[in-house]
Design a protein around this ligand. Structure first.
Ligand code: ZN
Length: 388
């Protein structure tokens, strides 16, 4: 069976899941064809994308027999949503209790959308484009997108656990040189965490009907409308964390207070890890001894310049990784036009998920989920504190 995508590049299945052999049985699928035969001309290969969908779902949500505790690897005729336990021969629902529950479209469309989102990251796949490319209606395309976003949201905890474990291992008993000294030598080749906050779809003066913004200060002001217009939130405040050429975690936050951001950082980053931020995180040093800040509005000592040249990087302390994530997130979200703040979490998790899949691979995330599942069933509690 051909595992190279119709475009000639090895796809998600080969690169990340290592799908080989042909233990997946092909199923008859209802391939939608439009009247003018557009499907016939389309380069989409349904069999390939069905296998992408199946291996993606099987690794993240393995169908486990409750009685025997083994993965139901048997297939049931041409019913793609059923699986059979190899020991007790009982049938189980393969996608029940997963984001694909009651999925009525052909399965290959899900596989196609997942692979397409993965391949084009950091750019995004919009519902309108799904509608146009596979020929389904807009509401179906949007629901399909929501299912992918749900998958992404449910992997968040596993990704955080991986990040926490990796950082904890790398920075056990690590200390940066004292504040003000050059840190370049001690952080070279290390995965220093960079954190920053950014606003998406900020409220312009036009949205505020010409009013200047007074009520809130800083970034927070740009996501809320003026009080006279009801003070509704229309933009999204995003907390960005990540390492160079590594993972990325995004959180939609209501403000930049220590109690909001501090909790997110403490949940993910062990205390010995070096964290580089801008001046918005003045409170972080209390928990993180290796926290360093770069002053983006540092004044110059020379009277010819207002601002110092060291306002981006001073003695090796900089925030460029988070700023880079900000830039690519901003240009990616321009593809959506607008995202309402109540949905922001889904969109942000989706973007971060495909970034993290590129870094860790689906297999590592799936293994982490499996470990968490085992721990939970052992102790009957949430696994978070056991995975540090
Ligand atoms: Zn069984």
């Amino acid at each position: 069976m051909c595992l190279v995508t119709p475009f000639g590049i090895p796809g998600l299945a080969v690169v990340l899941l290592g799908v080989e052999g042909s233990h997946h049985i092909q199923y008859k699928q209802r391939v939608q064809t439009s009247k003018n035969g557009r499907q016939a001309l389309s380069p989409i290969n349904p069999e390939y994308f069905q296998r992408v969908a199946e291996s993606f779902m099987d690794s993240l949500y393995p169908c486990v027999c409750q009685k025997c505790g083994v993965v139901c690897s048997g297939r049931v005729g041409n019913r793609v949503a059923r699986a059979r336990c190899p020991q007790c021969r009982q049938q189980r629902s393969r996608f029940g209790h997963t984001p694909l529950r009651s999925f009525k479209l052909p399965l290959w469309i899900f596989g196609w959308a997942v692979e397409e989102s993965f391949l084009r990251h950091p750019k995004v796949l919009t519902a309108t484009e799904i509608q146009r490319r596979v020929g389904i209606s807009y509401p179906s395309a949007l629901l399909l997108k929501r299912r992918i976003q749900l998958v992404a949201c449910q992997q968040n905890e596993a990704v955080r656990a991986i990040v926490r474990a990796d950082l904890g291992r790398e920075f056990r008993r690590f200390r940066l040189p004292p504040e003000g000294r050059d840190v370049r030598k001690s952080v070279r080749g290390r995965s220093v965490v960079h954190a920053d906050t950014m606003a998406l779809f900020s409220a312009s003066q036009r949205a505020n009907k010409g009013r200047k913004r007074h009520r809130h200060k800083g970034l927070t002001s740009s996501i809320y409308l003026s009080d006279k217009l009801g003070g509704k939130q229309i933009g999204t405040l995003v907390h960005v964390m990540g390492t160079q050429k590594g993972w990325c975690l995004l959180d939609s936050v209501p403000d930049q207070k220590a109690e909001t951001l501090g909790k997110i950082i403490r949940d993910t980053i062990p205390t010995n890890v070096p964290v580089f931020t801008d001046e918005g995180y003045k409170w972080l040093y209390r928990v993180y001894p290796n926290h360093r800040m770069v002053n983006h509005s540092a004044k110059s000592k020379d009277i010819r310049c207002a601002l110092s040249a060291e306002r981006w990087c001073k003695k090796g302390v900089h925030n460029q990784v988070a700023e880079g994530f900000n830039g690519s997130l901003k240009s990616a979200f321009r593809g959506y036009g607008y995202v309402r703040p109540e949905w922001s979490k889904m969109y942000l998790n989706e973007w971060a998920f495909f970034k993290n899949v590129r870094v860790f691979g689906v297999r590592k995330i799936a293994d982490q989920r499996e470990r968490a599942r085992r721990t939970r069933s052992l102790y009957g509690i949430t696994p978070r504190f056991f995975l540090l």
